[in-house]
Design a protein around this ligand. Structure first.
Ligand code: SF4
Length: 430
């Protein structure tokens, strides 16, 4: 979380639990439902989808459009208590179990994100990814607090240097909403953590400046886009000033949980620092909405290449139709599917983890059945810091003499001439 005492920039707003409003009938509402509304100071129209509007009508009928579409209001109004959540959702037994025994990860859901599943049951994919259950208390064999060994690859606090030419900069421990399977649950949302203050930023920037092999800096967290425009401007400017840094990337879930954050002011800041890329963390097609589409449009129109990162989660997105629908929806929004992750063995996430074979099955179900642009790379992030290891279906059947035998997506076999010994070219072979 940002330490406002150390960062000489606009601090994050304090987190205030939303007071859920009583249900009202639609006829008494003071504002019109869909189509789009205009924000007070965010410039162009920001849409409000019909699902979200219905939720507003029920629980936030007196919240004006300008407030609802203000990302700071969304952050201040996050639902952070089981009592408030229970007033908006009929909690299942498993969800109540989390409330009764306390969850290891804090609970936080923006009103906007809750609107995407407020009328869905406990099996809904978006709901399962963000509403805690008692299963988080179960620790399974092989699970660890820091399964990727990030803390052992940190030359300075808040910076992970695991690959030769790039670093992971943990800018803040704060997120708009807390995903229940988070790899960094050991630090996000916990005040005692070290990243996100000026002292640690300076140490990380100094390290990058004196390490010429670093050509690519990934800003992550927590979610960097929960920080103010001024803080981002400062940080991106400092890193961009380092001559050997060629590329900067930002990892964020804001377009899915806080799309209102993608303001014209923000894109004006970001576009000053090209080449800059954004990896969007998305989980389920239910996260795609008129609001997220507008956020993606604003980022893409600012010339920012967009990629996606998705964690494969049992019962949430581990079937081909769901995954294909998500990948197609992303592509339509100019987001190129990038990585599909095997769920890291973080403590308390066993109920989400599929087998690695399930991930291979997903790629098998996509490859050949949709365009290559819609197919992410399935990777296992090796425990202990081994890095991302791609795992693919095997399309090589075998070698037969000078032929390589391959199979296609329909399991039909084909041969291609591929001699084990390259023929001599006849020139210069003496
Ligand atoms: S947005 Fe990323 S860092 Fe934040 S809780 Fe979700 S997975 Fe963790």
């Amino acid at each position: 979380m940002l330490d406002s005492g150390d960062v000489p920039l606009e601090p994050l707003p304090s987190v205030v639990t939303a007071k859920p409003r009583k249900r009202q009938t639609l006829l008494t509402l003071p504002f019109a439902p869909f189509p789009p509304t205009r924000t007070r100071d965010r410039g162009p129209v920001f849409p409000v989808g019909p699902k979200t509007q219905a939720f507003r009508n029920s629980f936030y009928p007196r919240v004006a459009d300008a407030q609802w579409n203000d990302w700071r209001w969304q952050l201040k109004s996050r639902i952070t208590s089981y009592q408030d959540l229970g007033s908006m959702l009929a909690l299942s037994e498993a969800e109540q179990a989390a409330a009764n025994c306390g969850a290891p990860l804090p609970l936080a859901i923006t009103p906007y994100y809750l609107s995407l599943f407020h009328d869905q049951g406990p099996d809904n994919g978006v709901r399962r990814s963000i509403v805690p259950t008692g299963f988080e208390r179960l620790v399974n064999p092989g699970e660890a607090e820091d399964p990727l060994g990030e803390d052992h690859h940190s030359p300075v606090p808040g910076l992970v240097h695991r690959y030769p030419d790039r670093v992971l900069f943990l800018t803040t421990d704060y997120c708009a909403a807390y995903c229940r399977y988070c790899t960094r649950s050991r630090r996000v949302g916990k005040k005692a953590c070290s990243s996100g203050n000026r002292k640690h930023w300076d140490a990380a920037i100094d390290y990058i400046a004196r390490t010429p092999s670093v050509r690519d800096v990934l800003l992550s967290g927590g979610d960097p886009l929960t920080m103010s425009d001024a803080a981002l401007d400062y940080l991106l400017g400092r890193i961009r000033a380092i001559p050997h840094v060629e590329v900067m990337r930002i990892g964020t879930k804001a377009p899915m949980v806080l799309p209102q954050r993608i303001t014209p002011q923000l894109t004006r800041v970001l576009r000053r620092y090209h080449p800059l890329m954004i990896s969007v963390h998305c989980t389920h097609p239910g996260e795609l909405s008129p609001e997220s589409a507008e956020a993606f449009k604003r980022l893409a129109d600012a010339g920012i290449p967009l990629g996606s990162q998705t964690v494969l989660l049992k019962g949430i997105n581990d079937d081909v139709p769901t995954l294909k629908s998500l990948m197609h929806g992303l592509l339509k929004n100019r987001v190129r599917p990038y990585y599909l992750y095997h769920c890291d063995p973080v403590q308390g996430t066993g109920h989400f983890r599929t087998s690695v074979a399930k991930g291979v099955e997903m790629i098998e179900g996509l490859r050949g059945h949709t365009s290559g642009y819609a197919i992410p790379t399935f990777v296992v992030d090796a425990p202990g810091g081994g890095g991302k290891i791609p795992v693919n279906p095997d399309y090589i059947v075998g070698q037969d003499g000078d032929d390589l035998v391959l199979r296609n997506f329909e399991k039909k076999q084909f041969r291609t001439h591929d001699p084990l010994t390259a023929p001599a070219c006849g020139m210069g072979d003496k």
